[in-house]
Structure formats: structure tokens, C-alpha cells
Design a protein around this ligand. Sequence first.
Ligand SMILES: *Cc1c(COP(=O)(O)O)cnc(C)c1O
Length: 400
Amino acid sequence: MWVQTKDQIKECIETYKRGVAYVDLDAIISNMDAMHAMLRTDTKMYAVIKTNGYGHGSLPIAKALESVPYVKGYAVATAEEALELRADGIKKDILILSYTFPYSYEELIREDVRITVFRNDTIGQISAAAAAVGKNAVVHIAVDTGMGRIGVAPDKEGLDFVRRTLDAPNIIVEGIFTHMAKADEADKTYARMQLDSFRKFIGDISGHLGAVIPISHISNSASILELPDAYMDAVRAGITMYGLAPSDEVDMSRINLKPALSLFSHITYVKKVKPGTSISYGGLFTADKEMLVATVPLGYGDGYPRSLTGKGEVLVRGRRCPILGRICMDQFMIDVSVFPDIKEGETVTLLGYDGDEHISAEELGEKSGRFNYELVCLIGSRIPRVYTLHGAPVLALSST
Ligand SMILES: *Cc1c(COP(=O)(O)O)cnc(C)c1O
């Protein structure tokens, strides 16, 4: 449930001490501004908010970006994601980046959602749906220049697909795009090959078909940071909008990006244990001295990786405290022996800053063997999100 009044937000924060994620909308806007400053002045941005905004929450992010002029619109992965944003009052363009199943075409056309096309059967289906709705469908054509996922090949057959789409009744071709497979690698040879292939295909479309498709786009986050040649009419900013790194090969020092998401919990139990006491399932950890052990009420059921067992750390009072033994579904234990006066109720930082100490999604990703994208996407729906703008909480999504 969304809550908006000051008292409701305060209550949400107080109630959900088990675990709460803060999403800093100022950081999101600042990250978009920082990227926009690198672009050509005429290049627009799509904010990629698929998978509920990489776990951060798509609606508050879209709301925060509605009034930002260079944001052309939003990119999502499914019809449901697009329609939910529309139902919640989001007005800017919404583009579905992957294959969209025919059951949703009429609704999507009614709601002005851009559909990505690349399959032969889709053209007739969308054309018919548009006729039934009595409104033109707006589509983007996906081209496969080396990702091997979706899209028509940039060859004669692909050109024929573009021609048929341009000629189809009730369909407006607004955009054409391709996706890079290796833009996040230090060696940009493959990314440049994809860019060249895409440019050549666009040249073929104008040369052979006499058509100019208004919006061509190729860049993802890594390419925004490291491949200025690829800006074109628009870029698609994903992971960097959230302040996270596309990979460890991308040079993050060239831009000031701020991680938007922090994850906190609170200690529910503190106990002194004797030497020889084993902790959690399987007894993987056994105390070799007297220790102070605290229980944190959050676990892999909330998306906190079980693979952090024996490796992870959290922050308490600005210091790193190791995780002891297995992460359970809803709880795990930490060593707080350094704080003899530690109390139940104290804050535990799983992701984010506590004083000068910091745990990043990249660190958790590396330690857990999980990709940083995946880590934030999987923060569970049991974790309420609290959104801050201009430094103050503005909106909260309470736990489901
Ligand atoms: C997810 C996605 C993006 C965003 O990728 P990032 O690496 O997060 O910037 C861009 N384009 C397409 C087609 C995608 O699927």
C-alpha cells in the first residue's frame, strides 16, 4: 500500500523495523543529470525501470522524472509493467523492450504504450488490434547486431521486415534500436562493431526505403559512460540511474554517481554465548571464545543472498560486523562482541552508509557471487520502500 502523509510515512518506518529500504530520489535525478550532461544536447533519455525499477520501485522513479525535460520516457519489460504505470498516472512515453504477447496489444494501443517489433507475425496482429481499437499503434523495431536475443538481422531480410512494418496500416514506426552485448567490457571492439552495423542498417533504410525513423537508440548505461559515438537520438539508462556500476571494467571515476538504495534492519535479540556454541543451521560456525551474538530479522526470503553465509558483513554503529553461520530465510546472526553495551533495536545497515563505512551492491554482489543488478532486483516485496526527495521522506510502500 502506498502511503503519502508525513504521519503515515513515519508510522511505516516505525512499524517496519524488521527491514526497510530507502530509495533516494534525489540521487536518481542527480545520476540522470550527470549522464545527461555527457550527452549531445539533442539526445533524449529513456529511464529503464523494468523489474520494478531494478527493485527500487518503478512508480516513484517515474513520478520523479515526469517533469525532467530531457527524459523522453520509460522502458519496461512487460505489458503489465507498462499498464501499471499508466494506471498510476504516468503520462510520458513507455516502451516495452522485449517481446510483447498479443493478448495485451489492444490495451497497450489504447494506453499509448510503444511495442517492440521484430517477429513477422506481430505486424499483422498489431495492425489488426489497432484497427479494432480505432487508433494507430506506435512501435519500435528491434535489430540484432550482436546480442543474439531479439531483433531482426541488419540484412536484406531485416530490411524487408522494416519495409513491411512501415507499410502496415495503423502502425507508426517511431523508433529503431539495438542492444549491446559487451559495452561494459574495457575492450570496445565488439561494441563498435555493433554500432557500425546498426548505423549501416539505418543508412540502408534511408538508402533503399527512403525512410527516416525518428528515434534510433543503442546505448545502455555502460555505453553512455564510455562510448560517446553511440549517443544517437536517445539513450537507455538503467543501472547507472540507480548509481550502480555496469561492471567492474567500467571506469566509474569519470562521473559522480550516487547509489540510490540503502537497506536497513534492526537487531531483535542479543545474547552472550559460551565457547563451543554453534550458530545457525548446520552449525557451520562455532564460537571459540565467549562472544556477543545479535540476531537480524531478515534473510534470503527478503532477497538477502544465502550465499553470504560465512562471508558477509553488516554495519553496526559505523563498524563492520561479520555474519555468523548460515543465512536463514528470515533471520541471520552477526558478531557484535566489539560492542559490550549493544542493545536490541539498534540499526543494522545491510546496504549503504553508516558513518564513514559503506557496503555497496557491488561488494555484496562480489561476495555472494550474485550480479549487482540481480541483487537489487531481488530485494523482496516484504521489504517496504521509503522514498526521499529533497532530503525528506515523501512516499512509502508498506510491506505486502
Ligand atoms: C535492461 C536494458 C537496458 C538497460 O541496461 P543497463 O545496463 O542497466 O543500462 C537497455 N536496453 C535494453 C534493451 C535492456 O534490456
